[in-house]
Design a protein around this ligand. Structure first.
Ligand code: GLY
Length: 421
């Protein structure tokens, strides 16, 4: 099977590494990829948001399967274009990707499916902002009602900070989504979905705030771990049965069947799980941890999802133990990051048994030096017999990396190790 992965982050690096372990994958390409992915797959330039360009590349490479990593191409209909060209594609149609691309659509689907989620209101007129804020909070949850890579979210007990964020979004022409605050630890549950067939992967937890102890602004995700020792098996089962399956069925009922990875982000409160958001693709950085423990061939699972035969493949098998992904971010991230700094100690893309350095915002300079090229620069993934050991492996590897001005959280997975969740 010839596979083309679309995207250029550490999530796509993790997908490429897992696909490379699948003996059925005979040729592996990534576009546009990055300096780390280039060690494991042949990379090609492409505009990932252009269906025409992705189809032309997939055709040129005689790809049997195209795997689309990021949400923007999916929301723009790139998967539809690939399928229309007769090539199998892992990733939902633009119609189904509205579960992430349109908060209003997602809320409507959840309501029809009887799924618990936050109460919400959309504000598109600055004159309505104050009255709407009075109907929420504290705590206020103020979101950009569009795709914002996690950075458009402010969760705060400070009304003026909530107001400032809402006003800034409106000034920039973005409608604001206000949501009631959902208490409790968060879970990211990724499910392969092919119509009404739902196959869960290992539950993971992301750490969205930039600083240790969940302080500072929200980011795209500063680290993740899996599995979750504090999450009862029956709760994970309930999420699949009572949340993901009803949503998948509702999408089928609406004539927008989902095919790809449906990511349920939930808060586990005292009244049970409630949905914070759905995403239409693998999450970043959770994927880096989850795929590190996957024993089954990834290509087979993705291809079965893409070709409507997911119900016929065996459930995924997992290695024992745990995995922890730690994001190394550039100076000033999540604000405008400084780029172009030389990175040393990241290795040459080789991985060992206990740790791997996955690339996100990296580039190879003309003189061969590896330099930072984005906010989240690297994801370092440690695996171990348990979470504590996986953390040691991840942080030992992080310590060997030098990037001026960079920062990372030191507490990824720590609350779970110390039974504080
Ligand atoms: N981990 C957050 C996201 O992928 O959106």
């Amino acid at each position: 099977m010839r596979v083309l992965v679309i995207g250029s982050g550490a999530r796509e690096h993790a997908l490429v590494l897992a696909l490379r372990r699948d003996p059925a994958v005979s040729a592996l390409y990534a576009a546009p990829g990055n300096a780390g992915i280039a060690q494991h797959a042949r990379i090609r330039p492409v505009d990932p948001s252009s269906g025409e360009a992705v189809v032309a590349l997939a055709t040129d490479l005689a790809a049997d399967l195209v795997v689309i990593g990021p949400e923007v191409p999916l929301v723009l209909g790139v998967a539809d274009a690939v399928r229309a060209a007769g090539i199998a594609c892992f990733g939902p149609s633009a119609d189904a990707a509205r579960i992430e691309g349109s908060k209003a659509f997602a809320k409507d689907v959840m309501s029809a499916a009887g799924v618990r989620t936050a109460h919400s209101e959309i504000v598109d007129n600055p004159a309505d902002l104050d009255a709407a804020l009075d109907r929420f909070g504290p705590t206020w949850v103020v979101k950009d009602d569009g795709l914002a890579a996690g950075k458009g979210v402010v969760v705060t007990a400070d009304r003026s900070a909530a107001r400032d964020h809402g006003a800034e979004l409106l000034e920039n022409g973005h409608p604001v989504l206000l949501e009631s605050f959902l208490d409790g630890p968060e879970v990211s549950l990724f499910c392969l979905v092919d119509g009404e067939t739902v196959v869960p992967l290992l539950p993971a937890q992301d750490h969205k705030r930039v600083g240790d102890g969940d302080t500072g602004p929200n980011t795209g995700g500063m680290g993740a771990y899996t599995p979750l020792p504090w999450l009862p098996e029956e709760t994970a089962t309930a999420i699949v049965e009572d949340v993901v399956k009803p949503v998948a069925a509702e999408l089928v009922r609406r004539g927008s069947p989902f095919s790809g990875l449906l990511y349920a982000g939930l808060a586990i409160g005292s009244a049970g799980p409630a949905v914070v958001e759905f995403n239409c693709r693998f999450g970043d950085p959770e994927t880096q941890a989850v795929l590190a423990l996957l024993e089954s061939p990834l290509g087979e699972l993705l291809n079965a999802t893409a070709t409507g035969t997911l119900a016929k493949v065996d459930a995924p098998r997992w290695h024992d133990g745990a995995a922890v992904a730690v994001v190394v971010a550039a100076e000033n991230y999540p604000d405008r990051p400084r780029i172009g700094d030389v990175i040393t100690g990241a290795g040459d893309g080789a991985t060992d048994e206990s740790a791997a350095v996955l690339h996100a915002g990296t580039a190879q300079r003309e003189d061969g030096a590896l330099v930072s090229a984005g906010g989240r620069v690297l994801s370092v993934v440690g695996v171990g017999a348990d979470l504590a050991e996986a953390r040691v492996h991840a942080y030992d590897r992080v310590a060997a990396i030098k990037l001026p001005g960079s920062h990372y959280r030191t507490d990824i997975g720590l609350a779970a190790v110390e039974n504080r969740i």
